[in-house]
Design a protein around this ligand. Structure first.
Ligand code: DWN
Length: 400
C-alpha cells in the first residue's frame, strides 16, 4: 500500500521546453506527489500523479535530452560498451539496447552483427537508424519484445541505461525482458540509486520521466517475481549516483556476488525499508527548499546576478518546487542545441548558449547539472577565481 511522503507541488514536464511565451498558456502542469510502499519497497509517484502523465507526450519526436551533450556521459557509455564487449570476447555478439537515445552506447557495437535498438523518441531513433542500427521507435512492451524476437530472435545481452525507471508498468517491461533474453543471456541495466538520492538530498530525481526511483530492495523483489535474479550490483557516479544491475534468468544462475547482499544490508541500515525514513527525509527536503530560496533571495537583495548552469530535468523540479521566477534567476546556460533559444519548463527562463550567456557579469550559478559538479568546477576555475560562486542543494544547500 503506497503511502504519500512528499508533495513537490505543481510541476511541468521536466523536459518540456517552450519555444516562446505564447506556449505558456497551454503548458501542461501536474501535481507531483511521491509515496513509499512498505510491502514492495517501491519509491514512486502516487497513482493520482501517474494517471495525469502521458508518456507519449514526453517521449516523442521533440525529446530534448541528448546523452552526448555531456562529455562525462559520452565517456561513461564508451567505457561501458567496451567493458561489456570484452565480456563477450569470443562469443557471438548479440545485443539489444532499450532506450538508445543518440547512440552513445551502441556506437561501439557492429551494426552488422546481431545488434538492435529500441528508442520511442523518433528524433533519436532516426539517428541510430542512420548510423546503420536496426531501431524500433516504440515503447518497450511485451508485444514489442515478441515482435522483435519474431524478426531477430532472442539476445545474449540486453542493456538499458536510465530507461527502466522511466517505465510506469515495470511488470510489463520485465515480461518483455523475459521474452527477448536468451535463456543463458544477461540483462544489464543502470538507473539512479534510491540510496544515493536519499544521501544526496536529490529529491529532483523523481518526476514525470522517473515514475519510480529504484532501491535494490525493490528490484530484488520484482525481478525475482519475473524469474530474474540479480547476480551483481555495481555502484556508479553517473546521474548523481546510480546502480548498475546484472541479472540472469533464475534457472541459469550459478553464483550471486556478495555486492548484492552488501547493498541490501546498506539500504536496510539507512532505512529504505521503512516509511519513517522517507517522512524524515521529506522534512529535510522542505527545509532544503527554504534554505535554497533564502540564499537566492539574499543574493538578489545584494544585487547579485544569478543564472542556472545546465537546464536539466532536475533543475526543472527544484526551481518549480521553489516556485522560482526571473525575479531571482535571470536565465540558464546550456550546451544542448535542442534547448538553446527556448524557455525553461514551468519557470520560463530563457536558455542561452555559453557563448551568449556565460560571462563576467555572472556572480552566482545555480548548478542545474549538479551530477557533474566536479567536472564543472574543474572547467570553471576562472569563474571561481574571480569570485563567482556555484549554488547547489547537493548534498546540502551550499555556495561553492
Ligand atoms: O534519466 C534521464 C537522464 C539520463 O537525463 C532523463 N530522464 C533526462 C535527463 O536528465 P537530466 O536532464 O537531469 O540530465 P543531465 O545530464 O543531468 O542534464 C545536464 C544538462 O546540463 C544538459 O542539458 C547538458 C547541460 N550541461 C551543460 O550545460 N554544461 C552539462 C554539462 C556537464 C556542462 O558542462
Amino acid at each position: 500500500m503506497l503511502e504519500k511522503f512528499i508533495d513537490l507541488g505543481i510541476q511541468p514536464y521536466a523536459n518540456a521546453f517552450l519555444n516562446s511565451e505564447k506556449d505558456i498558456e497551454n503548458e501542461f502542469l501536474y501535481q507531483l506527489d511521491v509515496g513509499f510502499d512498505k510491502e514492495t519497497y517501491s519509491i514512486e509517484m502516487m497513482p493520482e500523479t501517474i494517471e495525469q502523465i502521458k508518456p507519449e507526450n514526453i517521449f516523442n519526436e521533440n525529446y530534448s535530452y541528448r546523452t552526448s551533450c555531456s562529455a562525462p556521459m559520452r565517456r561513461h557509455f564508451r567505457e561501458t560498451a567496451n567493458m561489456l564487449r570484452n565480456m563477450y570476447k569470443g562469443n557471438k555478439e548479440s545485443i539489444l539496447e532499450i532506450g538508445s537515445n543518440d547512440g552513445s552506447f551502441i556506437r561501439v557495437w557492429d551494426p552488422n552483427n546481431h545488434t538492435v535498438c529500441v528508442e520511442p523518441c523518433s528524433n533519436f531513433a532516426k539517428e541510430t537508424t542512420d548510423m546503420g542500427y536496426k531501431t524500433y521507435d516504440e515503447f518497450w512492451t511485451q508485444d514489442l519484445a515478441e515482435k522483435i524476437v519474431r524478426e531477430n530472435g532472442q539476445f545474449g545481452m540486453i542493456y538499458s541505461a536510465n530507461c527502466m525507471c522511466h517505465i510506469p508498468n515495470l511488470d510489463e517491461a520485465l515480461r518483455g525482458i523475459n521474452v527477448a533474453l536468451a535463456d543463458d543471456g544477461m540483462f544489464i541495466f543502470e538507473d539512479p540509486s534510491a540510496s544515493q538520492m536519499i544521501v544526496n538530498s536529490a529529491i529532483d530525481q523523481i518526476y514525470c520521466e522517473h515514475p519510480r526511483i529504484f532501491s535494490i530492495l525493490y528490484l530484488d523483489k520484482i525481478l525475482k517475481k519475473h524469474g530474474l535474479t540479480i547476480v551483481n550490483v555495481q555502484k556508479l557516479n553517473t546521474h548523481g549516483g546510480s546502480n548498475r544491475i546484472f541479472c540472469l534468468k533464475t534457472d541459469n544462475v550459478k553464483e550471486v556476488m556478495s555486492s548484492l547482499y552488501k547493498e541490501i544490508e546498506y539500504e536496510k541500515m539507512i532505512g529504505l525499508n521503512k516509511i519513517s525514513t522517507f517522512l524524515m527525509w521529506a522534512a529535510r527536503m522542505y527545509m532544503m527548499r527554504n534554505n535554497l530560496f533564502n540564499i537566492l533571495h539574499n543574493a538578489k537583495s545584494l544585487g547579485k546576478k544569478i543564472v542556472g548552469y545546465g537546464c536539466s530535468s532536475k533543475s526543472s523540479i527544484i526551481l518549480n518546487f521553489l516556485k522560482v521566477s526571473d525575479e531571482y534567476v535571470d536565465y540558464f546556460v546550456d550546451t544542448t542545441p535542442e534547448k538553446i533559444g527556448k524557455l525553461s519548463p514551468g519557470t520560463h527562463l530563457p536558455i542561452k548558449s555559453f557563448k551568449e550567456g556565460w560571462n563576467e557579469s555572472v556572480d552566482i550559478a545555480y548548478l542545474g547539472a549538479w551530477n557533474y559538479t566536479q567536472e564543472i568546477i574543474n572547467k570553471e576555475q576562472d569563474f571561481l577565481n574571480r569570485g563567482g560562486r556555484f549554488l547547489t542543494h547537493v548534498p546540502f544547500v551550499r555556495l561553492i
